[in-house]
Design a protein around this ligand. Structure first.
Ligand code: ATP
Length: 149
């Protein structure tokens, strides 16, 4: 039940690298940050954020992983279409999609972020967003690090 979150993100980026030409930069403070998590669920959570960053932006995606006090933090930053303040309050709701017509070509059900948030919360963690319309978005996941005693 202990998972190296850095490794999980590396695996996801390797898969994305093998199927797209998109540029992804990764900054990690450590090679190992152990969290108490279900590996598949953690992978699903991080994959949802990466998939959205790929869908809603065109430039390089920046990933940062670091420890902050008792938390493992993963930030996924894109320089894409961004999300208005008003929509930021709704995007974690089930089935909510910003501008359905405009997003038709990018598919999606509007479930991704609600699943991502419930996985974070099931691990005593958090998922939040900082975003500015037409500038880009940063999704921030924090999950408690594993403290062995
Ligand atoms: P899927 O369930 O396949 O992921 P989705 O992308 O529509 O479909 P969510 O992941 O829940 O669903 O995202 C909800 C909405 O939030 C999206 O429709 C999109 O409008 C907005 N959104 C999510 N991530 C980003 C992002 N990185 N940049 C801009 N908008 C985003």
């Amino acid at each position: 039940l202990s998972v190296n979150i850095v490794n999980v993100m590396d695996d996801i980026i390797n898969v994305i690298d093998s199927i797209t030409e998109r540029e992804i930069s990764i900054e990690k403070s450590n090679d190992f940050i152990l969290v108490k998590a279900d590996q598949d669920q953690l992978k699903q959570l991080l994959y949802i954020l990466m998939d959205n960053a790929l869908k809603y932006s065109e430039k390089t995606i920046h990933v940062r992983i670091f420890k902050k006090a008792t938390q493992a933090v993963v930030e996924v930053q894109d320089y894409g279409k961004g999300i208005s303040q008003r929509d930021q309050e709704r995007i974690f709701d089930r089935f909510y999609r910003v501008d359905k017509a405009r997003n038709r070509d990018t598919g999606g059900t509007g479930l991704g972020l609600s699943i991502a948030k419930s996985i974070a919360e099931a691990h005593d963690g958090k998922l939040s967003v900082k975003s500015e319309l037409n500038k880009g978005s940063t999704f921030i996941v924090s999950i408690p690090v594993l403290i062995e005693d």
